[in-house]
Write a protein that binds this ligand. Structure first.
Ligand SMILES: NC(=O)c1ccc[n+]([C@@H]2O[C@H](COP(=O)([O-])OP(=O)(O)OC[C@H]3O[C@@H](n4cnc5c(N)ncnc54)[C@H](OP(=O)(O)O)[C@@H]3O)[C@@H](O)[C@H]2O)c1
Ligand SMILES: *[C@@H]1O[C@H](CO)[C@@H](O)[C@H](O)[C@H]1NC(C)=O
Ligand SMILES: *[C@@H]1O[C@H](CO)[C@@H](O)[C@H](O)[C@H]1NC(C)=O
Ligand SMILES: *[C@@H]1O[C@H](CO)[C@@H](O)[C@H](O)[C@H]1NC(C)=O
Ligand SMILES: *[C@@H]1O[C@H](CO)[C@@H](O)[C@H](O)[C@H]1NC(C)=O
Length: 321
């Protein structure tokens, strides 16, 4: 209730920020010039705004995208307002584990450090499809591709954190939609089963997986003593290309619920806050909405489920190779 009230009024929560805060506002005064960040899906929507604001704060930004034309446009746009901005575009298709591997290889070959990883790319409500590896598309893109990517980049992140003494951060774009998933949370016994496919629940499932993952990785990193935090966020509801499979539905929905919607600069705020704000130092395994910590669903807080998903994802990656 309090959440809905502050969402509509834009009143700030405990952090001092709220639903009306923009990415620029929540990062005002932050110097990110010692940071290198990879942003998946950074060519459009919330990811592109996140990339712009990171560059504005001086970070070296790598836009990881499957559509290189769009990625180069996003890069040009940033450079057009700041010629000295450090921004690169690199090819990454999260629905193909092979592409994820080659992105990671290419990134590591650049010799760049890696402080921040924003797992932002995603698809929503698409009709039943299989990925290049034969895995249901929303689970494959939103979760499995990011699972593999994160694992491949983790050594680089650990090394960077150790050498620079700067805390590394991983931010997962989840969604309130994680509340609307299959009855068992994650459909382990039929992850790619077409007969049980529901486009809305499959999205919710993949977004639940994002939170579970952030929590399990967080636990593992803490155990190892690595100076890297992992948190997840719900960015708000924002009209972006994400709605491509549900455009009409969303348009109509927005007429009745327009007070709940945010614009793109507001949509990127929670990501930027969690990735850059000094007040989050040492914070991990948490879930944020409108720049304030919130409790996710019971499934999302289930440690056993998180562990099971980790093992399941590892097996899936192995069997696809
Ligand atoms: N907008 C909302 O209301 C909302 C609410 C809750 C959560 N979220 C989450 O926020 C994140 C960003 O969404 P957005 O609203 O900014 O949508 P968006 O504009 O569609 O951005 C998503 C990005 O992901 C990319 N992408 C999709 N599939 C990919 C793949 N296989 N490999 C690499 N990149 C891929 C898209 O690239 P292409 O252009 O090539 O497709 C696009 O650049 C998503 O994780 C979404 O689930 C959004
Ligand atoms: C960036 O790194 C340099 C060199 O290590 C250091 O002097 C400077 O204080 C750092 N800047 C910030 C904002 O941390
Ligand atoms: C421009 O980019 C530089 C280098 O990354 C950065 O330090 C500076 O803050 C940026 N300025 C603006 C206005 O974007
Ligand atoms: C979320 O973070 C974990 C790290 O905990 C990563 O392995 C997982 O794939 C990420 N998922 C997404 C899409 O954010
Ligand atoms: C992690 O990095 C931060 C600086 O960002 C530092 O203050 C902290 O002591 C580091 N923690 C560990 C365990 O190295």
């Amino acid at each position: 209730m309090v959440g809905i009230f502050s969402l509509v009024t834009g009143w700030p929560g405990q952090s001092g920020y709220g639903s009306a805060s923009t990415a620029e506002q929540v990062t005002a005064g932050i110097d990110a010039s010692n940071l290198t960040a990879v942003i998946t899906g950074g060519a459009s929507g919330i990811g592109a705004e996140t990339a712009r604001v990171f560059a504005l704060r001086g970070a070296h930004v790598i836009i990881a995208a499957r559509n290189m034309e769009l990625a180069n446009e996003a890069k040009k746009l940033i450079l057009s307002s700041n010629q000295t901005a450090r921004v690169d575009a690199m090819k990454l298709d999260l629905s193909s584990l092979k592409s994820v591997r080659s992105f990671a290889d290419n990134f590591i070959a650049t010799g760049l450090p890696l402080n921040i990883l924003i797992n932002n790319a995603g698809v929503m409500f698409c009709p039943y499809q299989l990925s290049a590896d034969g895995v249901e598309m929303q689970f494959a893109t939103n979760h499995l591709g990011h699972f593999y990517l994160t694992n491949l980049l983790l050594d680089k992140m650990k090394k960077t954190a150790k050498e620079t003494g700067i805390e590394g951060r991983i931010v997962n774009l989840s969604s309130v939609a994680h509340l609307h998933t299959y009855d068992e949370g994650i459909q382990f016994d039929g992850i790619s089963d077409q007969t049980r496919y529901n486009d809305k629940k499959a999205y919710g499932q993949s977004k639940l997986a994002n939170i579970l993952h952030a929590n399990e990785l967080s636990r593992r990193l803490q155990e190892e003593g690595a100076n890297i935090t992992v948190n997840s966020v719900h960015p708000g509801i924002i009209m972006t290309n994400l709605m491509r499979h549900s455009f009409l539905l969303m348009k109509v929905l927005k007429i009745f619920t327009y007070i709940f919607w945010k614009n793109v600069p507001q949509g990127a705020a929670t990501t930027c806050y969690v990735a850059l704000h000094p007040s989050l130092k040492g914070t991990m395994g948490k879930y944020y909405i409108d720049c304030n910590e919130m409790k996710p669903s019971i499934f999302a807080r289930d440690e056993k489920l998180a562990k099971k998903l980790w093992d399941f994802s590892e097996l899936l990656v192995k069997s696809a190779q």
